[in-house]
Design a protein around this ligand. Sequence first.
Ligand SMILES: *Cc1c(COP(=O)(O)O)cnc(C)c1O
Ligand code: SF4
Length: 316
Amino acid sequence: QDSLFRVQTTPFYASLAKTSSGDSVRKIILPSGKELDSGAQQMLDPLGENKKENRATERLIHRYTDRALFLVTDMCGVYCRYCTRKHFTASDQVMASKADLANAVEYVRKHPEIKEIIFSGGDPLTIGNGPLETFIKAFYEIEHVELIRIGSRFPVVNPFRIDSELLEIFKKYKPIYFMTHLNHPDEISQEVADALERLVDHGIPVFNQMVLLSGVNNHPALVYALSRRLLYLRVKPHYMFQADPSMGTDHLRTTIEDSLSIQKQLWGHASGLAMPQYIVDIPDGGGKAALTPEYLQSKQDGVHQFKGWDGLSAKY
Ligand SMILES: *Cc1c(COP(=O)(O)O)cnc(C)c1O
Ligand code: SF4
């Protein structure tokens, strides 16, 4: 990386940062001198997305069988300091070209196993509704593509973007699933709650993918508060990601032991709906791995010895 990661926010997200409860938001968007430390595991491309075998076309990553990820644009509303895709985001500030789209569509047409297209980047809602609809329509028209997912932080970085014109587009190309990314209950102001509710009210299922961040949300009570608030808004807490070892993020990352401990402290106490699944993305493109607390104590002659969430032991 020849230059540092871009700093940018929206006026709305900056307004959240300015409040007395804006500490978590500030840590997400304000650069730190610690980003310059050459940490233990600096990787520009932790998920191996630039590897030839993982890039189907210039803008399409086909790493898992039945779904592929389309890099709509490298622009975001805000640049999160822990971004896993620093090799791409904020680099050229351009959306996919007509040729990029045509190549991706051609690849997907030839791969009937692809049932879902994930719009990612960058943030797909940084582009206007016109080009966004063009992209959605192009994939929607492929017979074997069953649904499109929009991965976006816009409900929290600019909730006013979720307006009736956008919602009408989403309704037109149903089923569209919306994957948002909130990390802390303090990010959910009234405007953010309203934007999430508008999506759900229009029949769009909304899921949240959070990233565990040291000093921001690495406490079971915070994860629980975020999950309860989201559930109340009909947003399913979906994944709780281990932060990837991307450049300049050592100071923001938790250890895997800490993350597992948070998962373990919540398990059993928090409703199944409120529990996000803890995921570690295996570096170099190994893919997502779900980690759960270990309940199986031993296994002998077909007898499984378990110890449950509150300490009760029994054999199966
Ligand atoms: C995470 C990811 C997906 C989606 O995986 P899900 O577990 O279905 O959310 C798809 N493609 C790539 C490249 C990914 O990193
Ligand atoms: S919105 Fe997503 S892609 Fe953009 S900087 Fe934040 S984490 Fe990275």
